[in-house]
Each structure stands twice: as structure tokens, then as C-alpha cells.
Design a protein around this ligand. Structure first.
Ligand SMILES: *Cc1c(COP(=O)(O)O)cnc(C)c1O
Length: 428
């Protein structure tokens, strides 16, 4: 038996579904997950010795590519001085300063261990600040796996929360309202009617968990205006987008100041991390400065924090994001040219180093249009790309990430394989 399938079978005996996060199991595309033995730069290597150009990049954190020399050396050096103290360190101050100085809406920041925790804690702060309970989220946005944001709800107007996972109490999601993304009318109607019950609105300002979906012109600005008017806390979940599209957040890119921001992924340089922060008047409520409890044995741990500092320092170098944009554009132009040559009308969304090819002819600007994609075509496409040495996310509803370590050759090669994979698609 091949090593991947052997390891997967063995893992299934000890780990539910054989994996520690569901999408990794390849359920949406079929086949056996690739077990990774090591990675360097833009490439990952399987236990069977095969190399892949990686567009998953650990789902976003690895903006410098795998095993970046400076990041790895920093982690090594830090580990030698102790991996956790449960006491404050100078490094936490350094990273906190770096973050607050690069994201203008963040006066104060608190570190946690994951994006899930960041969101959970930010919502608690918003509820404490407003003394209200309900939250508004948007269909297709993902905010980690804590109870109150695990409702997805159908389309339409102000659908009241239905848990999308068993085990989430109805009583928890009854306070979660999920609205269609990019539909300002639905949002305005809802907030006008029940703003006195709404603590916060949480949104991915550029959505990356239904595939890449961009906010419509003026959409975020209008959300900011309405939340301000009705005294509702606006939370930007920038766990993916923070330091991905520019140095700082999407908030800076669009010139919109949320009240709170959640971060994760990139700011940990590939180690487990999260952070949330924002306006002093809200963040001063966090214990021990205020009464809102939030703690963590390993929060602000030296390894993640120093990897984060090393990463951000490299991102700050002039030209880094311009280079990513060029590579993103090269991939986009290549894929679009292939689609044109093959007379296919699929939709390609891109912003900087994030992109998704949707197997639908519709414009994709919300969850419903994303879901119009033909996922059986995606599965075929994914598997052909994989066989040819390109590792894409094993789901239609995820983003391709380009890192600084991807070369122009990597992208040109990807474009060639993309042509063959698209040409070979068969209606089943
Ligand atoms: C990944 C992600 C999270 C959850 O972060 P974890 O570190 O996986 O808990 C939250 N929000 C967004 C937008 C994400 O992409």
C-alpha cells in the first residue's frame, strides 16, 4: 500500500477522520490526503517523496513561504532561551507595538493562541461594552469554530440563527443573525429595526472562506456609517487579510476604521497565534484593566511571538507587496488566457496574492453565487492539478495563496498545468 493511504488508514484509527481540521481530509475532492514530510519555500514534499508547488501555504500564515531562514533561525534561537514563562516578555511589547503602529484603528491589542479565540474574545468585549447580546454575521464568512459564530443560516432577510453543527445550543445561536454578504439593503433593514439588541457586527472585510469574495464598492463604508449611527461595535475579522494584502490590515487599504480587529495566521509566522484589539474605550474593559475576563496559559508565548516579529519585519521591506501583486497578476492573466482559449466562462476572483477560480459562470459576490459552482468539476480539477504537482486547497470554497517564495517559474508552470487540467475536464 502507498504510504499516504497507509498513514491515513492508521490515523483514522486514532484521530477522528484521520485529521486535526476537517478540510484536510480531502472529503470535498475525493482521494487520499497527502501526508507532508517537509517543506521549503514554495514547495511541499510528501512522505512518498513527491514535490508540489503549494498554494495553500498552511491556509494563509506562510506569506514568506515554508521554512523561511530568518523565521526558522529566530524560532531556534528563541527556543534555546525557553519556550514559555507565563510571565510578560519584551517581545510581546515589540509585536504589540508593531501591530498597533501598522493598524491605525488599534489602540490596544491582546494576544491569544488562535483566530477562533481572537473572535470569541472580541465578541465578548463587544457585548460587555454595549450591554447587548445579539451579533450580526454574514453568510459564508468564517470566524473560527466557537459556538456563537457557527451559524450560517439560509439566504433571505434576517434569518435567525440555526446552528450549522450539532452540539451548538439553540440558545447560543438564537443571538446570531446571519445576513447575505454584500447586500447593504438587507443589512440596513435589519440594523434599523433591531439595533437596540445588536452588540456587534462581525465581517471578513475581504472574504476568504467561501473562496475569495470582494466587498462591493462602498459596502464596507456603509456598514461603518450604519454601525456608528446605531452605536453597534464593528469587528473586522482580519485573521486572513491582516498583513496579507498590505502591511497592516484591509482597514488601512480601504480607509475604514472598525472598532475592533481580529488577527491570526500571518502574525504568528506559522506558529499558533491570534490577537484582537481596537479602540481604547473597548479594550480597557479587558481584565485586569477591566472586568471582562480573558486569559491563556500560552498566550503571547515566545515562539509564536518571535516568529511573528521576524515575519512582519520581512514584510516591511519595501517592494514586498508589489512583488506579490505582480505574481498574483501573472497567475490571473495566465488562468484567464487559458479560460479564453478553452472557451470557458468560469469566474476568477483575485486581490493581491489571494485568488479563487470558481467553476461557475456567475459573478461571485456572495455565498449563494459561490455555491453555484460545480463542485464535481472542482474535484476533477483539483485532482489533475495534484497529480501534476500543484497543491491547491481541497475545496472549491477556499483561497489560493501566493507567498514571497513563489517564483515566476512556479507560476508559469502552474498556468501550463492549469490549461491541461481545464482542457481535460469531463462532464460526468
Ligand atoms: C482561519 C480563520 C479564523 C480562525 O482562526 P484559527 O486560528 O483557525 O482558529 C477566523 N477567522 C477567519 C477569517 C479565518 O480565516
Amino acid at each position: 500500500m502507498k504510504k499516504n493511504s497507509f498513514l491515513f488508514k492508521e490515523s483514522e484509527k486514532y484521530i477522528p477522520g484521520g485529521v486535526n481540521s476537517p478540510v484536510r481530509a480531502f472529503k470535498a475532492v475525493g482521494g487520499t490526503p497527502v501526508f507532508i514530510s517537509k517543506a521549503k519555500g514554495s514547495k511541499i514534499y510528501s512522505v512518498e517523496g513527491k514535490a508540489y508547488i503549494d498554494y495553500v501555504c498552511s491556509w494563509g500564515p506562510l506569506i514568506l513561504g515554508h521554512a523561511d531562514k530568518m523565521v526558522v533561525n529566530t524560532i531556534r534561537k528563541t527556543a534555546g532561551d525557553g519556550t514559555s514563562f507565563g510571565a510578560p516578555t519584551e517581545r510581546e511589547l515589540e509585536l504589540a507595538k508593531l501591530i498597533c503602529e501598522s493598524i491605525p484603528s488599534m489602540d490596544l491589542v491582546r494576544f491569544v493562541n488562535s483566530g477562533t479565540e481572537a473572535v470569541m474574545s472580541a465578541i465578548r468585549a463587544a457585548r460587555a461594552f454595549t450591554a447587548k447580546d445579539k451579533i450580526i454575521k454574514f453568510n459564508g464568512c468564517y470566524h473560527g469554530h466557537s459556538d456563537s459564530v457557527l451559524s450560517e443560516a439560509g439566504s433571505g432577510l434576517a434569518t435567525f440563527g440555526v446552528p450549522s453543527s450539532p452540539g451548538v445550543p439553540l440558545n447560543t445561536v438564537k443571538d446570531t443573525i446571519s445576513l447575505p454578504y454584500n447586500d447593504i439593503i438587507a443589512f440596513e433593514k435589519t440594523i434599523r429595526k433591531i439595533h437596540d439588541k445588536i452588540a456587534c457586527v462581525i465581517i471578513e472585510p475581504v472574504a476568504g472562506n467561501m473562496g475569495l469574495v470582494l466587498p462591493k464598492e462602498g459596502y464596507l463604508k456603509k456598514i461603518r456609517e450604519l454601525t456608528q449611527k446605531y452605536k453597534v461595535v464593528l469587528i473586522f475579522d482580519e485573521v486572513i487579510t491582516g498583513f496579507r494584502l498590505s502591511f497592516g490590515g484591509v482597514s488601512g487599504l480601504f480607509g475604514i476604521k472598525p472598532d475592533l480587529t481580529c488577527l491570526g495566521k500571518i502574525i504568528g509566522g506559522g506558529l499558533p497565534v491570534g490577537a484582537y484589539g481596537g479602540k481604547e474605550e473597548i479594550m480597557k474593559l479587558i481584565a485586569p484593566r477591566g472586568p471582562v475576563y480573558k486569559a491563556g496559559t500560552l498566550s503571547g508565548n515566545p515562539l509564536a511571538i518571535s516568529a511573528g516579529i521576524a515575519t512582519l519585519k520581512k514584510l516591511k521591506v519595501k517592494g514586498f507587496y508589489e512583488d506579490l501583486e505582480k505574481k498574483g497578476k501573472l497567475l490571473e492573466d495566465g488562468v484567464r488566457e487559458n479560460l479564453r482559449k478553452l472557451n470557458l466562462g468560469y469566474t476568477y476572483n483575485r486581490l493581491g496574492s489571494m485568488s479563487t477560480l470558481f467553476f461557475t459562470n456567475q459573478v461571485v459576490n456572495d455565498y449563494a453565487t459561490a455555491k453555484s459552482s460545480d463542485i464535481s468539476f472542482y474535484a476533477q480539477y483539483f485532482n489533475t492539478m495534484l497529480k501534476s504537482g500543484v497543491y491547491l486547497p481541497p475545496s472549491q470554497f477556499e483561497v489560493y495563496f501566493i507567498s514571497g517564495a513563489h517564483t515566476y517559474q512556479d507560476i508559469e508552470k502552474t498556468v501550463k498545468i492549469n490549461y491541461l487540467a481545464l482542457r481535460g475536464l469531463k462532464k460526468k
